[in-house]
Design a protein around this ligand. Structure first.
Ligand code: NDP
Length: 454
């Protein structure tokens, strides 16, 4: 595509939302020759850069240092005094986010994308309004992401969300976290490692529903070992504020209180106010935009990528979808985005890395084609021999009996997200258990267990 429209307010593509997916799509479409505008109501960068993956991981690093200091003593180090300054960590994190915001801005500018600040409303199939100005466009891409979902219970304003948790002015001595998913476990690790007494309240029986059962069980064990309290099969019915001490009334009739109560009960697509009903676009029950394998909505010139479609809500997926959209629509390709065997990590402490089918999924999938074999190992990492820690690493491998292919790996241990990234390459390439077995280990590492599982 090489023709650019001459009218200032006429675009080939208007992108709503400058997060990971939208920015990638806008840049690539512009590089294919399209005239592109991107509309952002807050700051360029989106959830991952400003309110999610990046700031969270920086706080994970900051909090993990506490364990490293403790481990160091076993290796002969001693410290006269050790203290942590929460506000310094938050300040340093914010400086890094500003830097990344500028990187994103310059990527858009150098690709020739117009950046328009304000809240966008879709007025018609080819018209988007921002701050009272109408922009006409051939195609629209909706990449507005998602926002924290807070259940409608009495006193809900007393909850903080994950957005707030990244910006707290003072460090809470104790905190209740509601929910048992990704965000709950990641913040539980951050606050607990920095010295807060953490209590997780979860409505289900095993944390991380949807993950392999051994992951749920083992991570619960490890978190309890780190003095995190976990109350399961319990809901929070209301939250009240008593002189800045927050109290939660639980469905088991007990009351528990803390300096903060973080609500981590999921995220919902950010579709409110976008005018989607004006154009009759099809949406699901959570307000997610329904798309086909090419990310096209029910309207043929309107597309959506990333968390707003509420499928696999991960940054690399949104980026891949943005890239595919731009290559397909403006680069004359016709290749759907490949979302098979997407690895993921939970940056709890210890961390979790997974790829492929869970045991339950695999048993079901392969029940008529030979079934599956399960390999499992639990061991203490070598580092703990001198430091005296008691975290167990778990690795579980699922192999299809019929063709010996590895179809799932589920692991817990601090380095596992790094290791699983590479294991995902093997799974994606169709590696067999015999290929893992034939691979020489690197000794002594935790990763070598993956090639020695019997
Ligand atoms: P999750 O879906 O992972 O977890 C939500 C939790 O809240 C679940 O335990 C769920 O319980 C519970 N819950 C949901 N609704 C209610 C309710 N009405 N009342 C009480 N409890 C409720 O969501 P998160 O907010 O943790 O994260 C959102 C998404 O963001 C993740 O799914 C993931 O895709 C992405 N993410 C990825 C990260 C990463 O890659 N490291 C990090 C953070 C987020 P139940 O199990 O019963 O449904």
């Amino acid at each position: 595509m090489n023709t650019k429209s001459t009218n200032k307010n006429n675009y080939d593509l208007v992108v709503l939302g400058a997060g990971s997916g939208g920015v990638r799509a806008a840049r690539v479409a512009a590089n294919h020759g399209a005239k592109v505008a991107i509309i952002e109501s807050v700051k360029v960068g989106g959830t991952c850069v400003l309110r999610g993956c990046v700031p969270k991981k920086l706080l994970v690093y900051g909090s993990q240092t506490a364990h490293e200091i403790k481990d160091a003593e076993g290796y002969g180090w001693s410290f006269d005094s050790v203290k942590h300054d929460w506000s310094k960590l938050i300040e340093a994190k914010n400086i890094e986010l500003d830097r990344l915001n500028k990187v994103y801005l310059s990527l858009l500018e150098s690709a020739g994308v117009d950046i328009i600040y304000g809240f966008a409303e879709i007025k018609g199939k080819n018209t988007v309004e921002v701050n009272g100005n109408n922009y006409s466009t051939e195609k629209i891409l909706i990449s507005v992401g998602a926002k924290p979902y807070i259940p409608n219970i009495k006193g809900r304003k007393n909850f903080i969300s994950s957005d707030d948790a990244l910006e707290l002015n003072s460090f809470p001595k104790n905190i209740i976290i509601y929910g048992g998913g990704y965000i709950s476990l990641e913040f539980a690790g951050i606050f607990s490692s920095l010295g807060s007494k953490v209590t997780i309240v979860y409505r289900g029986s095993d944390l991380l529903r949807g993950f392999d059962e051994d992951i749920s069980k083992h991570i619960s064990h490890e978190l309890k070992n780190k003095n995190i309290s976990i109350i399961t099969q319990t809901q929070i019915l209301s939250v009240s504020n008593n002189n800045n001490k927050f109290e939660a009334l639980l469905s088991n009739k007990k009351k528990i209180s803390a300096e903060q109560i973080l609500c981590a009960t999921g995220r919902i697509p950010n579709t409110e106010g976008l005018g989607l009903k004006n154009i009759g676009i099809l949406m699901g029950s959570k307000g997610e935009i329904l798309v086909n394998e090419f990310n096209c909505t029910s309207l043929q010139n309107i597309y959506a990528v990333g968390d707003v479609t509420n499928r696999i809500n991960l940054t690399p997926v949104a980026i891949a979808e943005g890239q595919c959209f731009a290559d397909n629509v403006f680069g004359n390709l016709n290749i759907p985005c490949d979302l098979k065997d997407v690895p993921s990590a939970v940056f709890s402490q210890p961390a979790i890395g997974v790829v492929g089918y869970t045991e339950d999924e695999a048993v079901n999938k392969f029940k008529n084609s030979g079934g599956v074999k399960i390999y499992k190992t639990f061991f203490k990492p070598m580092k703990q021999t001198l430091s005296g820690g008691d975290t167990n690493i778990m690795i579980k491998m699922i192999v299809s009996n019929n063709d010996d292919k590895v179809v799932g790996i589920h692991s817990i241990g601090d380095d596992m997200p790094e290791i699983i990234q590479m294991a995902a390459v093997a799974i994606k390439s169709g590696a067999k258990k015999s290929d893992f077995d034939a691979t020489m280990g690197i000794h002594p590492t935790s990763a070598e267990e993956m090639v020695t599982m019997k």
